[in-house]
Design a protein around this ligand. Structure first.
Ligand code: NAP
Length: 254
């Protein structure tokens, strides 16, 4: 059996990843605040955790629950996909509320760090296929005023992934770790960016143009690319993998 822990499976890319991973020899542990009944109805091999990743003090207990349901004796591989994310607050930093700033950092950066830490702690002694994908963003490099928190969290996630990967090079039974920039995808997160008031988020129009120019990929297509990256025989341990050509967007070529 292959076990997959996936965050952010209620919609968007995470839902598509989970859907595409459904198979008789796969067992899925799905995490989001909202329960995805449509997904649950598609397989008996799903444990769903309605969990708010902003509750960082509860993450250790969540991982205890998940690992108590994994039968390591029959495990061929264990995988963690840190996909859940929030773009809010899309706001200049002096107008953001403390609770919004904290939530952004908790969900986008601290939760994946804690999940990675507990994943490695729990699987340290198992000589299995162990891999972690951190879903990051080109926003780590392509900066927009009003997105400082999201960009900072994603840049932090990239650095964390690269450094944790270096640590795994010292392990007898290492976990592979990769950070991915998935591109620009037609999901709620994109919609939230383009629907902001341009007087408060000057790049709202750019996100609108990218959509109008048909440059958004689908969650299904992106999930396919992410899964291919997860199972690659030459897993790009320690790399930040870019799945998209941002140059057209940067040059305003629509
Ligand atoms: N869409 C893009 O263009 C794009 C571009 C670059 C990178 N990405 C990255 O791709 C990943 C998926 O994004 P998406 O576009 O699919 O976004 P999305 O459609 O907004 O989905 C976000 C997912 O994260 C979950 N989530 C948010 N807050 C959470 C919380 N506090 N606790 C638990 N789960 C939470 C949501 O579930 P609940 O609301 O039910 O909790 C939802 O399932 C993210 O890491 C994002 O940064 C997306």
């Amino acid at each position: 059996m292959k076990y997959f822990i996936i965050t952010g499976t209620s919609r968007g890319i995470g839902e598509s990843i989970a859907e595409q991973l459904i198979a008789p020899d796969h067992y899925l542990f799905c995490i989001s605040r909202e329960r995805n009944e449509k997904l649950i109805n598609k397989s008996h091999n799903i444990n769903y955790y309605e969990f708010d990743l902003n509750q960082i003090d509860e993450i250790e207990h969540l991982m205890e629950r998940i690992f108590s349901a994994i039968d390591v004796s029959n495990a061929e591989g264990i995988y963690l996909i840190n996909n859940a994310s929030v773009i809010a607050p899309v706001a200049f930093i002096d107008t953001a509320m403390v609770s919004e700033i904290t939530r952004n950092m908790n969900v986008n950066l601290l939760a994946p760090i804690l999940l990675t830490s507990f994943f490695i702690k729990k699987t340290n002694h198992y000589r299995l296929d162990k891999r972690i994908l951190n879903i990051s963003s080109g926003s780590a490099k392509n900066l927009h005023p009003g997105m400082s928190l999201y960009s900072t969290a994603k840049a932090g996630l990239d650095v964390f992934s690269k450094c944790a990967a270096l640590e795994q090079n010292h392990s007898d039974a290492p976990t592979g770790i990769v950070s991915i920039w998935p591109g620009m995808i037609d999901t709620n997160l994109q919609q939230e960016a383009r629907s902001q008031d341009p007087s408060l988020f000057p790049s709202a129009g750019l996100f609108e143009q990218v959509k109008d120019a048909g440059m958004l990929t689908t969650p299904e297509e992106t999930a396919q690319q992410i899964i291919a990256c997860l199972f690659k025989s030459d897993f790009e341990h320690g790399a930040v993998v870019d799945l998209y050509d941002y140059s057209k967007v940067q040059q305003g070529k629509f």
